[in-house]
Write a protein that binds this ligand. Structure first.
Ligand SMILES: NC(=O)c1ccc[n+]([C@@H]2O[C@H](COP(=O)([O-])OP(=O)(O)OC[C@H]3O[C@@H](n4cnc5c(N)ncnc54)[C@H](O)[C@@H]3O)[C@@H](O)[C@H]2O)c1
Length: 370
């Protein structure tokens, strides 16, 4: 081709090149499962502590999010509504849809899932109070176990392929061999709550086996951080120490140890699991999500004292039989499978929680609560 002919055809060649480039980009975006911006995640319990942070993280990276929550009075529903307001304030692109619904209401849930057709169900809804589960075992069993079965049935009915289940470190019961590994015996749960979570894991496996559902059962260790619930030790202790009231700890001689995990790290693990499922890297897996170390209750209280800048007044009561002596996560599987590496130290996490407590929780507090 001589140079004048080349010059003449140059605009067409450039146009052709641009078209090829555009087409390549379009094909990569349409087929690359790593490009998760258009994927839709349904989060049950999305108005709660962990769920609202997951919703926020997914929205921030461009996913569509469907929140289902019934705002039940496990604690003041106003807290959950405030979580939703925080999420909606960030949702500039209007990618979040909220449904006020009970996962036990199959007709309503069917209609929601049919309408939304999510790519992943991230099932976090649950009753999460271990001690209360002794008094109200039927609530825990119905929401945590039957509710999980309902969500699994819906994945089957609507051909959803990916499922995250919020399990718990409580399934390890009174195992003494630490750190806890996923393959350890979990046949001796010490509370109806723990039994309900173990049952959820088993049902989830059954749906993987029967219908090929890809599932990540995530065993969360004691999660704390901003928006923490009023029944968690971190919240109760911060609240008592800040207000110079006495706090009650249920460990008698100070022997209990917990693996405290910051909510930001747990959310990172959940989002990585969602991606692992969508990339088909996970078939069925049980995965510990904790910090990967254990802290005595004495050191936990001392760290809160340091963060709040006041001394605790403490009442020590014997630990009820539901309390596990120690929790301590082996997180090597989470690292290998998901690249999960928690990075928030206890003091950093408690500082963030206390900041939230002062700036966001205290101004909303009713005077009768003081
Ligand atoms: N926080 C922890 O330390 C921890 C540890 C292990 C496991 N988990 C599990 O993680 C999940 C989330 O816990 P969280 O700490 O965010 O608690 P949370 O109570 O703040 O969140 C649970 C949410 O589920 C909703 N919900 C309850 N029953 C429902 C129903 N029938 N239908 C629809 N929504 C319903 C609640 O309204 C709430 O918003 C729970 O399943 C819990 O068991 C939590």
């Amino acid at each position: 081709m001589n140079s004048s002919l080349l010059k003449k055809r140059m605009p067409w060649l450039i146009l052709l090149l641009l078209c090829v480039l555009g087409l390549t980009i379009w094909i990569v975006c349409a087929t690359d499962t790593k490009h998760l911006g258009r994927k839709k995640i349904l989060i049950t319990g999305g108005a709660g502590f962990i769920g609202s942070h997951v919703a926020q993280a997914l929205l921030e990276r461009g996913n569509s999010v469907v929140i289902v929550d019934n705002f039940c009075p496990t604690y003041d529903p106003a807290w959950k509504r405030r979580n939703i307001v925080s999420i909606q304030a960030l949702d500039k692109e209007k990618l979040c849809t909220l449904y006020e619904a009970d996962i036990l209401d199959m007709d309503k849930m069917s209609a929601i899932v049919a309408q939304e057709q999510p790519d992943v169900v991230c099932h976090l809804a649950g009753y999460a109070d271990l001690r209360a589960s002794i008094e109200k075992p039927e609530d825990h069993l119905s929401v945590n176990t039957l509710g999980t079965l309902n969500m699994l049935q819906l994945t089957r009915k609507f051909g959803i392929e990916n499922f995250v289940f919020a399990s718990s470190s409580s399934v390890y019961g009174n195992n003494t061999q630490v750190p806890f590994k996923e393959a350890d015996d979990t046949d001796r749960p010490t509370s109806p709550y723990a039994a309900s979570k173990k049952a959820g894991e088993l049902l989830t496996y059954t749906y993987h086996h029967l219908f090929g559902l890809r599932c990540a059962c995530l065993r969360f260790f004691t999660v704390y951080g901003p928006r923490g619930t009023p029944n968690m030790a971190a919240f109760k202790f911060i609240d008592a120490i800040h207000n110079e009231k006495s706090l009650t700890r249920y460990d008698g001689q100070g022997s209990l140890h917990r693996d405290f995990a910051y909510v930001g790290d747990i959310v990172d693990g959940i989002v990585r699991s969602i991606d692992g499922l969508m990339q088909k890297n996970i078939g069925f897996e049980v995965i510990n999500l904790g910090y990967g170390s254990t802290v005595s209750l004495d050191d936990f209280v001392a760290t809160i004292e340091q963060v709040v800048g006041k001394e605790a007044q403490q009442v020590c009561l014997p630990a009820p039989r539901t309390e596990m002596a120690v929790t301590y996560a082996d997180i090597s599987k989470a690292y290998m499978l998901l690249g999960y590496k928690p990075k928030t130290t206890l003091v950093e996490g408690l500082k963030a929680m206390y900041e939230w407590y002062i700036n966001e929780y205290c101004p909303t507090r009713k005077t009768e609560d003081l």
